[in-house]
Ligand binder design. Structure first.
Ligand code: ZN
Length: 500
């Protein structure tokens, strides 16, 4: 047996107008052919796929991996390069038995709304219908009709925060091979739901979503189904074929459908439970002003998290602090290349007037004019302390720490390692010595920050990854879609669609 292994990974935020070019992929990973084997045994999706294939002595044909994190729409040339390289490698063989592909699954390009569906359809056209195509995806994927029609198997992460990359790859690998090896082949059914909910409103560690995942796992353990994925579509994707969905894989199609409907109904009925409790910016500032402990207050600005594809250029909290003439000792990082350049020109120890914020997304993020003192200048390279990604090197580009009153502002070209305290510490901003820390991340920072503070507040802030979905300029989502319509007048069976 011969199997091709591929990977295309990027999470698109449709409200971020900055195109995600090839540079972003280069910074993370572009690997072709044998280079993919360095991911063997690594705790990533491809590591899991390789493991499953090796266990069955499958001849592995390494294809291409193009990998980056979140951002605006992907430059179409990147997707074209991926498809062309994949097809070239497939065509070097007379016949391949299977194609395994690791996708994020919520990806848009500058041309195609459904990048993942387009990729899979292109590969299907080349390999024909006798070849198995098995795809792994993120839990926040948008599983489109095109993807389901062209894949034999689709598996999503079952954890959030995501910690089961390898396991998801392994599930995809074994299930894909099962389509080739078993007499009674696995059948896949998808049920779609017209809903999105903010990603900060649930986790698989506890609460109602964790219970739902455990219910799905119990069906697998009892042998009623083989596999399931519950998709909470990432909510900043504005495309026509959009849905949250459930995929169930079983030996019988009727069984898969029965359980997919069951889990989809439970997911839909939980929708109101996924609303996060948010504080206003003023409330969190007041909490910090009244904080008598020596622990810093963390204002969670997830709406401007570059991890969620937002632009990182918001100074909304700084503006509030200045308006209130607050004296809180505050730390924040802001994507603002012009300000970083001006700081380097101005030099350490000098003052000048800066236009701060709104350099990437001026429609949402305001600009403020303020005189700042240039405290320090940096090359932007730092090493993460972890626990997540300990030892990883990040480069936020030429950067500077500006000071206005008691506020320290790290201005930089990009923000990477949002959730790591070294984003402040490495630039001379010791997080434990501040009274207010503005952290532009959603969940990734909690493990590191909870070591030195329990005063963490999810805050209603503006940004391309706003938790308040009603305030984002959606244009392309289907007409009847939660939370924009309550859909309460419909029976669940009337709104479920896409059964297969
Ligand atoms: Zn995700």
């Amino acid at each position: 047996m011969k199997a091709v292994v591929l990977e295309f990974h990027q999470e698109t935020n449709s409200f971020n107008p900055n195109v995600c070019t090839r540079d972003y992929f280069e910074q993370s990973r572009i690997a072709v052919g044998e280079e993919l084997f360095r991911l063997m045994d690594k705790p990533c999706v491809l590591g899991g796929i390789f493991q499953a294939l090796q266990e069955e002595n499958v001849e592995i044909i390494p294809g291409i991996s193009m990998f980056t994190m979140s951002g605006g729409r992907v430059d179409q040339r990147v997707m074209d390069e991926f498809i062309n390289t994949s097809i070239k490698i497939i065509n070097q063989h007379n016949h391949v038995d299977a194609v395994f592909i690791s996708l994020h699954g919520a990806t848009e390009t500058t041309v195609y709304e459904d990048c993942s569906g387009q990729i899979i359809e292109s590969i299907r056209k080349v390999v024909g219908h006798d070849t198995v195509i098995a795809a792994s995806t993120d839990m926040h994927a948008n599983i489109t009709t095109k993807m389901v029609e062209n894949c034999n198997i689709i598996c999503g992460y079952q954890t959030y925060p995501h910690v089961d990359h390898f396991k998801t790859g392994y599930r995809t690998g074994t299930l894909g091979l099962s389509c080739l090896l078993d007499k009674n082949k696995p059948r896949m059914i998808q049920v779609k739901l017209p809903m999105i909910v903010p990603a900060s409103g649930y986790t698989t560690m506890s609460g109602p979503f964790a219970e739902l995942m455990n219910e799905g796992k119990s069906y697998v353990e009892k042998g009623e189904i083989i596999d399931f994925s519950i998709y909470q579509m990432q909510p900043w994707l504005d495309i026509e074929d959009a849905s949250s969905s459930v995929i169930v894989i079983a030996r019988e199609e009727t069984v898969a459908e029965e359980f997919a409907l069951l889990l989809a109904k439970r997911l839909y009925n939980l929708r109101e439970n996924f609303k996060p409790n948010l504080y206003s910016i003023d409330q969190v500032i007041e909490i910090a002003e009244n904080n008598v402990s020596d622990k810093p207050v963390v204002l969670v600005d997830s709406a401007d998290s570059t991890n969620a594809g937002a632009t990182g250029d918001s100074v909304a909290v700084v503006k509030k602090l200045l308006d209130r003439k607050s004296t809180l000792k505050t730390a924040i990082a802001v994507v603002d290349a012009p300000a970083a350049n001006l700081a380097h020109k101005t030099g350490v120890g000098n003052k000048t007037t800066f236009s701060l914020g709104g350099t990437k997304l001026p429609e949402i993020n305001e600009t403020i004019e303020v005189e700042c003192y240039v405290k320090s200048l940096h090359d932007g390279i730092f090493i993460q302390e972890g626990p997540a990604g300990r030892g990883m090197t990040n480069n936020i580009g030429p950067s500077a720490v500006l000071q206005v009153g008691n506020i320290n502002i790290l201005v930089c070209r990009h923000i990477f390692g949002n959730g790591d305290p070294q984003l402040f510490r490495a630039f001379g901003m010791e997080p434990t010595l501040y009274e207010l820390l503005i952290v532009k991340a959603c969940t990734s920072f909690r493990a590191a920050y909870s070591k030195f503070t329990d005063k963490i507040y999810d805050t209603d802030t503006p940004g391309a990854a706003s938790v308040d979905l009603m305030n984002l300029p959606f244009k392309r989502l289907p007409k009847n879609f939660y939370p924009f319509n309550s859909l309460n007048e419909y029976k669940i069976d009337e709104i479920i669609y896409g059964k297969r």
